[in-house]
Design a protein around this ligand. Structure first.
Ligand code: PXL
Length: 270
């Protein structure tokens, strides 16, 4: 069974973070392992706080897992501080972990900042250049490029811009490097834009009207990591991950009183 590692935050309500990732890996038939960067206090209505872990605690979780398992893909989510970003970067680099999916988590849907400004710089210079895929939403694309991203044209510009941001990193290895800018927050069809340095592709799916959107980004990036581990090329992995997300949104269990979780156990069509 393929083993995947998520390095991300803990959301006790189960909609986002490592719990979402682990359920997604399981839905994809993979074995999930996890290292926690921050323990958050939240439910479907709000994020109330976050207790960030030190680099030492993060490394102490990652090292025994990568020493014991052959990791087929790694996904990062909430990396709230410079030291957690550096620890994740070190682990990915030193162990040459394959199929690196970086979800550059910046803010919760409810408006809670999940990363500080110094950490943003650190993310760009150290971690992003190691990525095989980076999956920003519109807000994250704006923060990374320092330009407004309000429509499809802006998304395409941001995909190029983020790709170029990763040209030079502080580590010698570079990933396959592709950027998926997610347009789910715009009106109309959900259109995502994928740029891999050569081609720009659009992925379009019908908008699903639901308030159960908590952890959509976490779930999508976890699904892409699992599908890359299984050997799908990037275009097929994104296409299949989007189908899975649509089914997970459509069949969301309607839990909680705010932005509810998806149905992570939605069937996967391959
Ligand atoms: O969806 C972004 C996100 C990622 N990771 C954790 C979170 C959230 C949003 O709340 O709590 C742990």
């Amino acid at each position: 069974m393929l083993t995947i590692l998520t390095i991300a935050g803990f959301d006790p309500s189960g909609g986002a973070g490592i719990l979402a990732d682990i359920k997604t890996f399981a839905a994809m038939g993979c074995f999930g392992t996890a290292a926690i960067t921050s323990i958050t206090s939240q439910n479907t209505q709000a994020v109330y706080g976050a207790y960030h872990q030190s680099a030492e605690v993060l490394m102490a979780q990652i090292e025994p897992v990568v020493a014991d398992f052959e990791i087929a893909a790694v996904k990062t989510g909430m990396l709230p501080t410079g030291e957690t970003i550096l620890a994740a970067t070190e682990a990915i680099y030193r162990h040459s972990l394959p199929n690196v999916v970086i979800d550059p988590v910046i803010r919760s849907t409810s408006g809670f900042d999940l990363i500080d400004e110094a950490a943003m710089r650190c993310l760009i210079t150290h971690l992003l250049p190691l990525a095989d895929v980076i999956t920003p939403n519109l807000v994250e694309a704006e923060r990374l490029t320092q330009h407004e991203v309000r429509d499809l044209t802006g998304m395409k510009r941001a995909a190029h811009g983020i790709y170029e941001l990763c040209e030079t990193g502080s580590y010698s290895r570079v990933g396959r490097r592709a950027v998926l800018v997610k347009g789910g927050h715009l009106a109309g069809d959900a259109v995502d834009v994928l740029y891999d340095g050569r081609e720009l592709r659009e992925f379009r799916s019908p908008r699903i009207e639901t308030t159960s959107t908590h952890g959509t980004g976490c779930t999508l990036s976890a699904a892409i990591a699992a599908l890359l581990a299984k050997g799908f090329d990037l275009n097929s992995a994104v296409e299949r991950a989007k189908c899975y997300i649509n089914d997970a949104l459509r069949t969301a269990p309607g839990l909680g009183h705010g932005a509810g979780p998806l149905n992570h156990m939605a069937p996967v069509t391959e």
